[in-house]
Design a protein around this ligand. Structure first.
Ligand code: PLP
Length: 416
């Protein structure tokens, strides 16, 4: 698929003036249109809107300039809207989603304390590893591949031991399995009310419905490059009042320097109130891009609720087409199926080498398997952000068409 990206007029004049200056000789030969030859259909990073890409190309700014301060302040406020919280405390820090795990492990768990990790795929193992790196005792409850951990299993684990935090992957990107965040939080509050509920939303924020306050979630951590529709490089975490209180009553020193909330809390509060502050340089351009994307998500049409619905519709179309082609999902039941991505077993007799290169030739980049036990037997399609929300792009149709042609060609080549 060839996509022509038009420069919008004011950005075009900005871009041309920058690119034609002597310091921009390397990019001078760029024409005023940029051709993209691929549709990125992996579960993150995702396709980025032209507006967000241009915002990322903002001229360099001081991170303490009066122009930039409200941009970061707005992002902090808009993140509350995205996860539906009135008084959660957002932390926006340069880094990737993984930094959210480090923040949880370093700020909320003291060495020797217990953490319960619900495992619905690869990312449970990594979160557990991160918690142990900071000295926690991490226990895992593992679901079978394609399912989320049951409420009964969670209840019996919580009854067997006292846990400081319980973590779960809202959508595990290795399996496309969705966990029921509301039910998990309810179980924790009923059985072990003091345990902090930590939602890894790297693959769910802005594509799956989340109501932080109503569901009583203590931490939501995510990253810029998936449902939030921004290039990679920003770690986003929102902590509840309860989580901040637990942090404030730590008996031991925070076990990270860069990830310490002691350092970041005053910075977030300063920017939100309109004052400059410095601990470590924020990713200024990415914050401009983030601001543009969050404004689209929280302040324009479609609404957040409509966005969730559009993700559900895109997901159903891709899953229905896959079923029609005889491809089986990893998700064992519809309630475990994520709306921002789909994981599919290869058809009998076909493997990655038969499918993925053919899709690439048609301009579609999907991801191979990631779950170590079944890595070579499945692939993953991402359909988050503008791919699901902006129907005029035709991304879902393009993916479905390419998938149909690819399966037919691969099957024909095998039987030839
Ligand atoms: C569910 C989940 N958690 C955490 C991460 C880690 O995020 P990052 O790769 O941005 O560090 C990922 C990455 O894809 C993820 O999908």
């Amino acid at each position: 698929m060839n996509r022509i990206l038009p420069f919008s007029s004011h950005l075009r004049s900005f871009a041309l003036s920058r690119f034609c200056s002597p310091t921009y000789t390397a990019t001078r030969r760029m024409s005023s249109t940029v051709q993209f030859k691929q549709a990125l259909s992996i579960p993150g990073p995702i396709e980025i809107s032209d507006e967000v890409l241009f915002a990322n190309a903002h001229p360099s700014m001081s991170h303490v300039s009066p122009d930039f301060i409200p941009v970061l302040g707005d992002c902090i406020r808009m993140m509350r809207t995205v996860v539906d919280t009135a008084d959660g405390q957002p932390f926006l820090i340069a880094g990737s989603g993984t930094l959210g795990w480090d923040q949880v492990a370093a700020n909320l768990v003291e060495p020797g304390e217990n953490a319960l990790v619900l495992h619905s795929g690869y990312f449970g193992d990594s979160f557990s590893d991160c918690l142990e790196t900071y000295g926690a005792n991490a226990d895992q409850v593992k679901a079978e591949i394609g399912a989320a951990v049951s409420q009964e299993a969670i209840e019996s684990a919580l009854k067997a031991k006292k846990y400081k935090v319980l973590t779960f992957t809202h959508v595990d990107t290795s399996t496309a399995v969705l966990s029921n965040a509301k039910a998990i939080a309810q179980t924790v509050r009923r059985v072990s009310p003091e345990t902090l509920v930590v939602l890894d939303g790297v693959c769910s924020v802005a594509s799956e419905e989340i109501h932080m306050d109503e569901w009583d979630i203590d931490v939501i951590l995510t990253a810029s490059q998936k449902g939030l529709g921004v290039p990679p490089g920003l770690s986003i975490l929102i902590a509840s009042k309860r989580a901040i209180q637990v942090f404030n009553s730590r008996k031991t020193r925070v076990t990270s320097y860069y990830g310490s909330w002691k350092k970041w809390l005053p910075i977030m509060k300063a920017y939100e109130s309109g004052s400059p502050a410095y601990f470590a340089t924020p990713p200024v351009n990415l914050i401009y891009a983030f601001h543009t994307s969050l404004s689209a998500i929280t302040k324009s049409s479609p609404s957040l609720a409509e966005r969730y619905e559009l993700h559900r519709e895109a997901s159903q179309r891709i899953k229905a087409a896959a079923t029609e082609l005889g491809l089986k999902q990893l998700a064992l039941a519809p309630e475990f199926a994520a709306n921002g991505m789909t994981a599919l077993y290869y058809p009998d007799g076909l493997a990655a080498g038969d499918i993925l290169p053919r899709l690439v030739k048609k301009g579609i980049v999907v991801a191979g398997g990631l779950h170590s036990q079944i890595k070579d037997s499945y692939f993953r399609i991402g359909h988050m952000g503008i791919t699901a929300v902006d129907g005029s792009r035709g991304d879902v149709d393009t993916v479905v068409k390419a998938l149909k042609e690819t399966i037919a060609e691969a099957a024909a080549a095998k039987s030839a």
